[in-house]
Ligand binder design. Sequence first.
Ligand SMILES: Nc1ncnc2c1ncn2[C@@H]1O[C@H](COP(=O)(O)OP(=O)(O)OP(=O)(O)O)[C@@H](O)[C@H]1O
Length: 332
Amino acid sequence: MINAIPNEKIDKIIKSYPYCRDFFEAMVVDYPPKNKYQLTVKEYFDSLDSYELKLKGIEQENLVSLFVSFLENMEERQKSVQWNIESLTIIGGQNKYGERENVSICLKPGDVVSIVGPTGSGKSRLLGDIEWLAQGDTPTKRKILINGTIPPQSWRFSIEHKLVAQLSQNMNFVMDLSVEEFIKMHGESRMISDIEEKTRLILEKANELAGEEISLDTPVTALSGGQSRALMIADTAFLSSSPIVLIDEIENAGIDRKIAISLLVTNEKIVLIATHDPVLALSAERRMVIKNGGIEKIIETSRNEKEHLHELEALNQKLMNYREILRTGGSF
Ligand SMILES: Nc1ncnc2c1ncn2[C@@H]1O[C@H](COP(=O)(O)OP(=O)(O)OP(=O)(O)O)[C@@H](O)[C@H]1O
């Protein structure tokens, strides 16, 4: 594949390797304009002004091989950031009263666990411990193991390739970017090949989740709480490589929870959902009950509960319908 690059058309290369833009920026070489898209990579580099290139200290005949090695390096980098997570273990610490938490729970990719408990009981704290890969250094003294061992320190601080994706209650954007720029920036940092298609998909799904339509040119700072949440959920579902997804109280955002969960739950990921919503709580195979800051018990969702889930879903749908009527100015 890489060997064929010199003879591939520019438009195909741009689609397959959108991050190739970085090469042109780094070399201060003109990025191919649309009217050159039908040239091959070699033809494009040959078409550049050799005198100008010389002034920049670039040998024209080396450009193709430099470009190929750049793409090769990027591909290697991409492979090295693939996570290989087989398990996540939570080893109990202590509750708010310093009493021991006698639990150890091991989660595997494909597992979905809900976290329930009264307000202030410590659900978000548990998610925080997982996100931080706690090693007895948080108030709960919990320890988090990955693949049965203590994960390297560097995993805690990696911003670019996060082991854990956290969708929290408050998602505030501080960047001055449009929705399109935000998605593309994330896609490029993940070296995603079909960014246009992914951007379209993310916007479509975010709009399915949110009420008021989001458009590509909306500034991210102008999104409402629910819209930001919807965008981040769709973005996490399609762009995040993180094998562990933590969801904190999706219900407060006024978005369609069922679609959100169906987007985020995939076989390869471990998903933990802190929730006060019985439908979400029972959708998981297991739930952790939190009390006074400690994991009180872990309960398998019974067959009886699963049967009741259908009833709850129907009630929930009814509630959603009323909500939609009221939100859109109707009455009944
Ligand atoms: N084991 C613990 N030891 C000490 N402090 C704890 C412990 N567990 C939780 N806390 C603290 O208790 C407070 C409430 O916890 P948290 O915010 O996680 O509750 P919550 O269940 O998510 O609440 P809500 O449902 O309102 O979002 C936080 O300040 C948290 O750090």
